[in-house]
Ligand binder design. Sequence first.
Ligand SMILES: NC(=O)c1ccc[n+]([C@@H]2O[C@H](COP(=O)([O-])OP(=O)(O)OC[C@H]3O[C@@H](n4cnc5c(N)ncnc54)[C@H](OP(=O)(O)O)[C@@H]3O)[C@@H](O)[C@H]2O)c1
Length: 256
Amino acid sequence: MTALTGKTALVTGASRGIGRSIAERLAREGALVAVHYGSNHAAAKETVAAIHEAGGEAFPLHVPLGVENDVDTLFVGLEEGLNGRPLDILVNNAAVIDYDATIEKATPELYERVFAVNVRAPLFITQRALALMPDGGRIINVSSGVTWFATPEIVYAMTKGALNVFSRSLAHSLGRRNITVNTVSPGITETDMNEWLRGNPETVRQVATLISLGRHGQPADVADVVAFFASPDARWITGQVLDVNGGLLLGAPVQQ
Ligand SMILES: NC(=O)c1ccc[n+]([C@@H]2O[C@H](COP(=O)([O-])OP(=O)(O)OC[C@H]3O[C@@H](n4cnc5c(N)ncnc54)[C@H](OP(=O)(O)O)[C@@H]3O)[C@@H](O)[C@H]2O)c1
């Protein structure tokens, strides 16, 4: 018996990166996982196959977010996959960053697109998920350290600020249902979102000088913390933001 035996979970953006690692970890803990993704069929297939090979249960859920009827479509597929079971755990992880959405180059279209995926989708997915979620459920939102350190990608940072505010108010609203809502805020983590880290040892070394623990993150570093918030051990924690970043910008840079 593992921590999440008999539970179900929806992880958005689970085809790659941090979402994939979260899906694999929750499945390892015994949950049936809906592996949601937007476009990368091959990656989603790989995630589901990896879960099955490890003895877990999962199904793919292909729904691009940020388009008309996205949430309706998602719930049709989700309910089909759950086959009458409730939804115990929701992880709002899918997000996009647009490196052009700076103060100089942001356009209303870029703004709408990034907010649609990073803020509108989690809000309305959560709204719908609550009808399927029993009391005692878990909601974990994946935010970012850009809510407290400055970055040129200002629109992306604004979306993550909105997600933090959403999480706090949601936690208070859902307390009486014993549903916890927490936010995990990754630091610099090696995924496709941070392609600039790959094959670039000098950049990796410079990034490491900014992190007390002396290295950038891997998806599993974040996934393990999400699994904690989803577990019974986190039953009396709600409304919190946890930075999972190895001690990013805790003090002066440390030469490696
Ligand atoms: N990596 C970091 O350093 C870092 C730091 C702080 C916070 N975060 C946050 O961590 C979360 C995961 O980031 P990541 O680095 O793992 O990202 P990633 O490697 O780029 O993966 C993004 C995932 O989201 C899905 N996705 C993106 N746009 C979508 C859309 N419009 N509709 C549906 N699905 C969509 C992708 O699916 P498809 O490819 O199939 O479309 C993919 O599964 C995000 O919330 C991100 O903001 C990451």
